[in-house]
Design a binder for this molecule. Structure first.
Ligand code: SF4
Length: 218
């Protein structure tokens, strides 16, 4: 798919959601101080969780432990209790304490801006690292979650088996200065219209551009 068509997809979705608030946890205005550290930890907490659960756990956690220095000294059981409503909370409690220790010891308590450094941290893969780079630092990056992977393939912007392949193909298919728009738009579109089961083709503004719709109509 050409960059021109990819841009048309982004333009139409931007128009569709114009003037409405994004429901995604990372895009929602937080009640805590949004720093690269809190964005990183929220993103780890968000793995395999609904947005409202992530948001509530983040709110409780950062009220008590807002920085790597405070979290590194926190009692593991206390951290585990605070985030006990999220999936895999014990593993995540251990991981976020370890992330805090590494940041304090190796990065002067800063979150690195380099994806190759970020993916060395526990429970931080390319998806989490790209989300952090985009949402915290506004560095051109593409956060490929389940919605971005599914929708990019359905429309035909990419033809990929894994999120990593999707990320690489999107880097070519979409102009760099529009990478940061992809995650927020596709997450909303995936929650409201191009849902995993029974996508709402009838109200979709992308029907004429969509490979899956074309294939189903033939
Ligand atoms: S036409 Fe259907 S499958 Fe294609 S983008 Fe729209 S909702 Fe998704």
């Amino acid at each position: 798919m050409s960059q021109k068509v990819s841009c048309e997809v982004l333009d139409r979705l931007t128009k569709l959601f114009e003037g409405t608030e994004s429901p995604t946890a990372l895009a929602k205005t937080p009640t805590w101080n949004a720093t690269p550290f809190t964005v990183l930890i929220s993103t780890v907490l968000s793995q395999r969780n609904r947005d409202e659960i992530t948001y509530a756990a983040s709110e409780r956690l950062f009220k008590k432990y807002p920085t790597p220095e405070t979290l590194v000294d926190a009692d593991l059981d206390d951290v585990n209790d605070i985030i006990s409503n999220v999936n895999f909370h014990f593993n995540k409690a251990k991981a976020i304490k370890e992330i805090s220790r590494i940041l304090c010891e190796d990065y002067n308590s800063e979150v690195p801006k380099d994806i190759n450094e970020l993916v060395k941290l526990p429970m931080v893969g390319r998806k989490t690292a790209n989300c952090l780079l985009g949402y915290a630092y506004r560095i051109d990056s593409i956060c490929v979650d389940t919605h971005v992977h599914r929708i990019s393939n359905r429309i035909g912007i990419v033809d990929s088996k894994t999120p990593e392949e999707t990320e690489m193909q999107l880097q070519t298919a979409v102009p760099r200065d529009r990478w940061l728009e992809i995650n927020d738009l596709f997450v909303r579109f995936g929650q409201e219209i191009c849902t995993p089961q029974r996508p709402k083709h009838q109200i979709c503004p992308l029907k004429d551009l969509c490979r899956e719709f074309r294939n189903e109509s033939e």
